[in-house]
Structure formats: structure tokens, C-alpha cells
Design a protein around this ligand. Sequence first.
Ligand SMILES: [Zn+2]
Length: 353
Amino acid sequence: MKSKQRSKKFSARATHCLTAGLIALLFALAVSGSAEAQERGEPPSTPLDSGITPAGPPPAPLLEWGAKPKDIPDGYMVIEGDIIVPVGFYELEMPWATNLWPNGVLDYEFDNNVPGYGRFFMRQAMDEWAAVANVTFREFASCGGAGCVHIQDSNVNSSYVGRQNFRQDLNIFNWNYRFIMAHELAHALGFWHEQSRTDRNTYVTINYGNIIAGQEHNFDIAAGSGLYGPYDFDSVMHYTRDAFSRNGMDTITVLPPNEEWQSRIGQLSHLSRMDQLIMSFIYSFPNWRFVDQSYSGVEIGTFQQPFRNFIPGVNATPNGGTVWVQPGVYSASGTYTRPMTWRAPLGGVTLGN
Ligand SMILES: [Zn+2]
């Protein structure tokens, strides 16, 4: 039972990779008809925020590479279990996520096949993100084309990554798993999977011998993806230890000194601190400014285009605002008279002359 639950949980995981590409997630969670009927027959009795994973249907067969399951449009395929990308994606240069939702406003509609309780729980999942970041989910009876997320009942959990130039499906099977839906919503908002970070081999080992033949691509590193902060074992976007396992043995081994995370990766009970922080940075509040000494490029004060120096960052921050300072040594001598908050989310900040 445990391993079944784990496999199922895994199917919902993705990582936060912010990216511009068109990507979505797809978690292979097909189920037998009877289990499916049972699963969908009525709302779960287990409190969704208890951290307890309700019993669910047996895990679905995983999708094959390049598979075109139900609800995946022509010209697209599934990678990393639940992400939808254009066919030929790996021949494309993976960009940073620039296809974010303007002003953090995501418009969506429900397909007629979504039951009332599913809509209720989906809105709760949306509230998880809206509570920590400047994102607004606007529901329409019908929002139509580009920039409209069409949420539908499916045999998979999947989403594109970021805003698309067409009506984009967000497929949900597990309507009773709030954090599976939060995971898919994070993809729609622009997040990639955690385990595709470029530094992941420092923190985990991928046991390729235990991976289902043909599914190894799910553990690819996203060379062009962004990463921020320490590797986040607690992320709602991280795979479980036995994701895509062919034999029940671990496909991911957490390396020393973090072994205590081995049984905890792939949690589905909450947004991690870094999940919350990064989402709030990508979709930041109007009076926030960012400073990062290591940045080079056009400076506008956002998380992705921060100021390099501290003082310009402070000067650009409205009264009552917050300056988020990334690690570094900054020249900061001066007189500061306006009320604001300075925060060093990762520590490692020295303000000097
Ligand atoms: Zn995912």
C-alpha cells in the first residue's frame, strides 16, 4: 500500500524551474475503471490539510516517452511524468521562464466534466498560492483562447509551464489531493521540477538501474533552468524516492549529510518555505525590490532583473516596501529615513562601506 501511495504521489510532482518554455506536467496516473469510479464517486473524508494522504487508486501505467495520452494535443508530448512540451522540445534551447502571467493574473475556466467538489478543492489549491504570492486566479464561465487555463477532469495530472498563446489544458485526476493540484498550478504559473536543477547531483544520486526502461528521461537535468537557494528536499515539486521505479527500489537516493530526507522527499502536505518564497519572488508584490550582486543585465528591480547594488535598490523602494537582498557584500553607507524592510532570505549579506 505504501509503495502504491508513493507511486501515486510521485505522479504529481514537479520541480520549480521557472521557465519560459511551453511545458506542462503530466503525471501518469491512469487507473482502473472501478478504482476511478470509487475515487471520484464522492469527496474524500480525509481532511485535505492534515498531511495525511488519502487512500487512492492504484498507480497508473507510466506514459511512454513521446506518448500521446488522452488530453495531450497534437504536436506535444509528455516529459518528466507530467510536463507537456512541444515535440522536439529537447532540440530547443531551454529558456528561462518568461511566459509568466502578466501582473500575476491567471484566467481559468472549468470544463463541464469537473464535479462541484473538484471545483471547490481546486479553488482551495489556488488559495495556497494566492496566500503567499501576488497571484490572482480569475474564474470565468468561459475565457476562451490565449491566456486561458482550461481545467478539466482527466486520467492524468498535467499542465504546461507558464502562460501559453492558446487555451491551455490543466488536467487533473486527483481532485482530492490539494497539493497535487497546487503542484500542477505551479507548473501553469511557470515552475519546473526540483530534481532537474543543474546542481542536483550534489544532493541526490539517481539510481538508473531501478528506473523503468525508457523512463530515464524523467530524471534529466534541465540545463537552462533557473535555480534559487539551497536544493529543496521539501519542495512540493520534488519527486518521491521511488518515482518511476521498475522494482520498488529507490530511484533517488539522498546523499549525505541529508539522508534524513530520504523518506520525506515527495511530500504532498504543504508548500515548502522555498516554494512559497520563490513563487512570491516570481510574482512579487508592487512594493518589493530585489538586489543581487551576482546579477548582470538590465536592472529593473525585480527578482529576475534585480539591482546589482544596494543603495539603488533602497532608493527605488516605496515607503513601507521591502528590499530583498541576495547574498553578497554591498556598499550601504548612508542615511536612511524612509520606512521599509530589508530582508536577506538566504542570509550571507554584508552591508558595509
Ligand atoms: Zn510536475
